[in-house]
Design a protein around this ligand. Structure first.
Ligand code: NAD
Length: 459
């Protein structure tokens, strides 16, 4: 039973009827004289038991509720993470049947059976849906944390559910759950996308990055290395590992030992951890360094998303500038291109060579940039949004704070092109057009209701 379901008072207990006969020698002092000792003993034990129960249960049940739209205040307590670890009941024949059915390869003979972690997330949902569409078996896993509006994650889950993908609610740090999933399904691949994303939130809740991006990754790799057969792993690193690197375009051969944020440091740690698991256990591991992914069903904590919201609300949008008014630019990459890159990485992943935790030979270990190769200044992003939304933005130029953001990203994708056939095809204008169409529909906003200044206030 869930802790929250436990009755807070023992309301169903029947009170004993009072005794009317007392042995004179057992009578207590006057103000207690109507209570027999047996009752006192009973209530003392009851109070003690209640106290112990509250004491033992309170750390789990006192986790603060995460507010839907606040990613800044969402995960300030390790209680949230503890709660996440024991969130959903799992197991049982019906649950196992659902897991098996979701992960079963449908069309696509010789297709993959894939565990997608972070499936209720932005990239995870798109990847899981694309795999399912082509006939692969897909099972999702996500803890639905409150870093950003969980109702968006639930809506993505509902969409996947309609497509035949079951998203198990659980934390990647739950080793018993992972072992169970690998017992039930001989996954051929894991696409590991679950992570604490976002650069700035690390100032608020650094532990969540260690929990999901370091401990969580180790937990997934532990389960994968012990599985028989061992799956091949494709996982999301990040362009942020380039950190203070100023050579452009960023190439996989460039140094990545100067992260500018804790988020970047945890992704870099992930790349080193991947090396160790590949080396010791023969796991085939492919790391993908995504460059600023955007598109429909995107993440509300990303600039293109909250700029859209703020422009429509007539609120000022802060545009960062580097030192000496230098432009801040990003290599914005459209979600469909990223999905194609993920699927190609999965299709080109060599097999893991170990079994049951024992290495039998060398296995592939790869890292690829997945970007768009054309950085766009953030000012240009805003002007495209203004045109698509038909609203003038209230712009505020702000010096870029030192909170982990870097001034410029630009991907060199030569390796991914050569080895995966990766070729991004969507420019920023086209991609944002698709995003804006989704945004307006999802939030039921009609642009025709603009005020005299061309601003939309509410949906
Ligand atoms: N979107 C980008 O621009 C971008 C850029 C670089 C790298 N990445 C990486 O790509 C991956 C996907 O990013 P996204 O944009 O879809 O982010 P997202 O936050 O939308 O998705 C991540 C999902 O993982 C889940 N999750 C987090 N911690 C978990 C845990 N401990 N157990 C189970 N589930 C957990 C979250 O609930 C969320 O649904 C992440 O690894 C991210 O770091 C994304």
């Amino acid at each position: 039973m869930d802790i929250d379901d436990a009755p807070s008072t023992p309301g169903k207990w029947k009170m004993e009827k009072p005794h009317h006969r007392h042995h004179p020698r057992l009578l207590l002092p006057r103000w207690h004289h109507s209570y027999p000792v047996s009752k006192l003993v009973f209530w003392s034990f009851f109070a003690l038991a209640l106290f112990l129960a509250i004491f033992l249960l309170s750390p789990r049940s006192s986790a603060p509720a995460r507010t839907p739209d606040s990613f800044a205040s969402s995960s300030t307590s390790s209680g949230v993470r503890r709660a996440a670890l024991q969130m959903a009941p799992w197991g049982g024949p019906a649950w196992e049947k659902r897991v098996r059915s979701s992960a079963r390869v449908r069309r696509n003979p010789g297709g993959a059976s894939v565990l997608v972690t972070g499936a209720a997330g932005f990239v995870g949902m798109h990847v899981a849906a694309a795999l399912k569409r082509r006939g692969d078996g897909v099972l999702g896993l996500d803890n639905f944390n409150g870093y950003y509006d969980p109702s968006l994650k639930r809506a993505r889950q509902a969409l996947l559910d309609r497509a035949g993908v079951f998203v198990v609610e659980g934390d990647i740090n739950d080793g018993a759950l992972l072992r169970k999933l690998f017992d039930v399904v001989p996954f051929t691949h894991v696409v590991h996308l679950a992570a604490q994303a976002g650069v700035r939130h690390a100032l608020v809740d650094p532990a969540s990055y260690v929990h999901s991006n370091v401990a969580g990754l180790v937990s997934v790799l532990e389960a994968a290395k012990a599985a028989d057969p061992q799956p091949a792993i494709v996982w999301a690193s990040s362009s942020s590992v380039y950190g203070l690197n100023s050579r452009v375009p960023f190439s996989e051969a460039h140094r990545t030992d100067r992260p500018a944020s804790l988020y970047a440091a945890t992704k870099k740690a992930g790349e080193e951890i991947a090396h160790a698991y590949n080396h010791i256990y023969g796991l085939s591991i492919t790391g993908l360094r995504f460059f600023t992914v955007y598109g429909p069903w995107g993440r509300p904590d990303m600039a293109y998303f909250f700029f859209t919201r703020d422009i429509l609300l007539g609120k000022p949008v802060s545009i960062f500038e580097g030192p000496d008014h230098a432009t801040v630019a990003r290599d914005f990459t459209y979600i469909d291109d990223i999905v194609k890159g993920c699927l190609a990485a999965l299709d080109h992943a060599g097999k893991s060579t170990g079994s049951g935790g024992k290495k039998r030979g060398p296995a592939p270990l790869r890292i690829y940039n997945l970007g768009n190769t054309s950085p766009v200044p953030v000012t240009k992003l805003v002007s495209i949004l203004e045109r698509l939304l038909k609203v003038k933005a209230v712009k505020k130029l702000v010096k870029m704070p030192r909170n982990g953001d870097v001034q410029f990203t630009h991907a060199n994708i030569t390796f991914a092109q050569k080895e995966l056939g990766y070729r991004p095809t969507t420019g920023l204008h086209t991609g944002l057009k698709k995003f804006v169409r989704w945004y307006l529909e999802y939030y039921s906003i009609s642009l025709s209701k603009n005020d005299s200044k061309g601003r939309r206030i509410s949906s």
